[in-house]
Design a protein around this ligand. Structure first.
Ligand code: NAD
Length: 536
């Protein structure tokens, strides 16, 4: 079977279904939600070929209804994690030795299964477990995940195709081998696709994985795991572990076999992981690749020439879709005084009119925030602004956790560009506005660039080419994903590779060839057809 150079199907972005009334996709997902109504998922530890259930359990509840238990999952022990590492390192050499197209086929088939028969359940589990509206679930758990899987195969093919030049009498070759050992993949709660890709991309490149999704994302993560199994993923290639992050983290980080960390989550957690790698560096068999996409304080900067209507739309969608819990969500905005009156009225009206409630009702624009801890943190910022002298809540501000963790989309206006909600990551539906004097444009651009440690996403609104160029240049380090006259969210795999700099991560751009290059170690081969026999 080696007598061909296979090319993968050229990827195209998965079309987004609209779930309009009466559409077949809406009927299918509604039927799935109904089926799941009285079910509780039982999520095992998946270690090698074993599904382990005889461990203490924890409940996974719904953000929009915290008395509804959606699943129970297991608390892994340190021993379990060591077993998972053994399973991974045992299967690793066999998996890496498979022709690349055989590994790729597993993930291409997974993508096709999600695009078809498992689309409703991937969306329904993301809606129920992570509190996404059907549209937000569709662009994440269906489209983005499918795109990651398909585009990565095309990028892997490009990597393997890159071969060196050979001079006369010599054949130079290059082999992109998977890493020896295992990759520790640690996922965030907010994107089913991101977390799945953290595990799938190193595995595609030939490295086995210990995958620890966020516990709040386990309903959809386990579904994804089962689909990969159905698509032919061999046991041990991706081991799914759940439970206390500290136990799982400390055990993986202490293993001599750790060859990489693929992380998405908060800056604090990533700092911890990196520090532990530093402390343990003498133990490892190799230098682990440390890849992390972390926090953000994403901005919208309006030039006085900005179109007010486009600006307000970007603020509303960019800040409040998925309750502001996208890493790319806008959470601070700089608006010139000359535009503020017009912008303010429209922004307040539109924000206050956003329908919020259980996402099983498809007319809602927003649902609840992920859990009690997030609710308390976000509410803390809102309460502070309600009593602060230099801040004012001008829209929203109501918080209600009686049934689910609901927080109305909130706009804070501040006179202090360093006010806490203007510079700290909140990760909820809160947008803070600083109104600047038009004459202070340059100074305010500098504030935008320097007042937070992050550099994930940002958007500028302006009309003239000179203005656009000046803002783009002045803010060149302020965001890894930079938008001009568009909201700062909604990056599409293959079109806007995603990731930030500064304290927002290592900027290895998920869903791109750059990310996959972190999971291979090249071997250069030189074969001499005309060996020299004379030493002079
Ligand atoms: P988090 O840091 O609380 O958790 C992320 C993951 O780390 C979870 O699986 C968690 O259980 C695990 N974890 C926590 N402590 C650990 C430890 N000691 N050892 C090992 N694992 C540990 O983040 P979150 O609340 O799930 O996600 C929100 C954060 O993620 C925000 O800061 C957001 O900006 C960021 N995020 C960034 C991007 C990006 O692309 N830059 C994308 C999505 C989310």
């Amino acid at each position: 079977m080696g007598n061909a150079l296979f090319s993968p199907p050229p990827p195209v972005n998965e079309p987004v279904y609209m779930y309009s009334p009466g559409s077949p996709e809406k009927q299918a997902v509604k039927a799935t939600l109904k089926e799941l109504q009285d079910q509780q998922a039982d999520i095992p530890l998946v270690i090698g070929s074993q599904k382990i259930i005889d461990r203490p359990t924890e409940d996974l509840t719904s953000p929009q209804n915290h008395s509804r238990v959606l699943a129970k999952f297991r608390q892994a022990t340190a021993d379990d994690i060591n077993q998972a590492i053994s399973a991974a390192t045992k299967v690793g050499p066999e998996w890496a030795a498979l022709p690349w197209n055989e590994r790729a086929a597993v993930f291409l088939k997974t993508a096709d299964l999600i695009a078809t028969k498992y689309r409703p359940i991937m969306n329904a589990t993301t809606l129920l477990g992570q509190g996404k509206t059907i549209f937000q679930a569709e662009i994440d758990a269906a489209c983005e995940l499918i795109d990651f899987l398909r585009y990565n195969v095309a990028y892997a093919h490009q990597i393997y195709s890159q071969q060196p030049y050979s001079s006369h009498g010599v054949w130079n070759r290059s082999e992109a081998r998977g890493l020896e050992g295992f990759v520790f993949a640690v996922g965030p709660f907010n994107f089913t696709a991101i977390s799945g890709n953290l595990a799938a991309s190193p595995a595609l490149m030939g490295t086995p994985v210990i995958w620890k999704p966020a516990s709040t994302a386990l309903l959809s993560s386990y579904m994804f795991y089962q689909i990969m199994e159905e698509a032919g993923l061999p046991p041990g290639v991706i081991n799914l572990v759940t439970g206390d992050p500290k136990v799982i983290g400390a055990t993986c980080l202490a293993s001599e076999h750790l060859s990489g960390i693929h992380f998405t989550g908060s800056t604090g957690t990533f700092n911890y992981l990196w520090q532990e790698v530093g402390k343990n560096i003498g133990r490892y068999n190799c230098y682990p690749r440390v890849v992390g996409e972390t926090g953000g304080k994403d901005f919208i900067f309006a030039h006085p020439s900005a179109d007010p209507e486009q600006l307000v739309t970007a603020m509303v969608r960019g800040s409040f879709e998925f309750q502001g819990q996208k890493c790319s969500a806008a959470s601070r905005a700089y608006i010139p005084a000359s535009l503020w009156n017009e912008v303010k009225k429209d922004l307040v009206d539109r924000t206050n009119s956003l329908p919020m409630g259980d996402p099983e009702d498809f007319t809602n624009f927003m649902g609840a925030v992920i859990d009690e801890r997030a609710f308390a943190k976000i509410k803390g910022y809102i309460d502070h602004a309600k009593s602060a002298k230099n801040a004012n809540v001008i829209a929203g501000g109501e918080c209600d956790d009686s049934k689910g963790y609901f927080i109305r989309p909130t706009v804070i206006e501040t006179t202090d560009p360093h006010y806490q909600s203007m510079v700290e990551e909140i990760f909820g539906p809160v947008l803070t506005i600083f109104v600047y004097q038009d004459a202070d444009l340059e100074k305010t651009v500098e504030l935008c660039d320097t007042s937070t440690p992050y550099a994930l996403t940002g958007a500028v609104f302006a009309r003239g080419r000179d203005e656009i160029h000046t803002l783009t240049h002045a803010l060149s380090g302020a965001a890894g994903n930079f938008y001009i006259n568009d909201k700062p969210t909604g990056a599409v795999v293959g079109q806007q590779p995603f990731g930030g700099g500064r304290k927002s991560g290592t900027n290895d751009k998920a869903g791109s060839i750059y990310n996959l290059l972190r999971w291979v170690s090249h071997r250069t081969l030189k074969e001499n057809f005309l060996p020299i026999v004379d030493h002079n």
